[in-house]
Design a protein around this ligand. Sequence first.
Ligand code: ADP
Length: 255
Amino acid sequence: MTDPIVRFQDVHKSFGDVNVLKGINLDIKPAEKVAIIGPSGSGKTTIIRMLMTLEEPSSGDIIVDGKNLWKMEKNGHMVKANEKHLREVRGDIGMVFQHFNLFPHMTILENCMTAPIHVKKESKEEVRDRSIQMLERVGLGEKLDNYPSQLSGGQKQRVAMARALVMRPKIMLFDEVTSALDPELVGEVLEVIRDLAKHEDMAMVLVTHEMDFALDIADKVLFLDEGVIAEQGTASEVIEHSENERLQGFLRRFR
Ligand code: ADP
């Protein structure tokens, strides 16, 4: 058995007295593609944010690539990994958000190059070559010197993906990356993710409302409902064959 690249062990999260996550247990294997579906407010983004170390669990363990991000001691205290360790883990994780968060004053090539050069201290030449390669990969090889304001929303989202890929992450997180796009731009972004899912051996975690897309690319689908994983299995088991009534009700709204 391969060790999981991500493990959540009995993870709880409350904001004030609102219990958002109520005992999440989750293993993601190194090349696995996992889709998280569920109603708005069910805690999907909170899971992603905890993986990015942007949010602290109230209790439970989160382990990424064998390293504890958060560990609950016997007395119930949560212990966070040290900064060096957190930096290593963050370097293993690429994230694409709903809003692209590109730097407006940099060309798209510069947007891709900045983190590897300044955070990872890699050589400029190598990063430049890799950035061009990734921008070509997402179909933007002709736009290297354009600024974000000159691109469509779908193109900006593809830059955001190239920028994450240049860091060579072991895990890519996609949080509703098509939900801020005009409908006619959704397809081109899904196509790039589909291509990555089929050809790259990194783990991918996708929060999505695109059920046909999840059915096509996900090895595993989790249905999050009221803070628990209410259903999980292969994409077909969860999206096409589950008898869970709340899941069926949810799916009727999206298919
Ligand atoms: P989803 O991604 O499934 O829509 P979220 O993880 O964004 O759900 O949010 C789950 C719940 O947690 C929501 O009720 C939301 O209002 C609440 N929540 C999320 N972040 C915070 C925060 N920083 N402070 C207070 N409540 C929050």
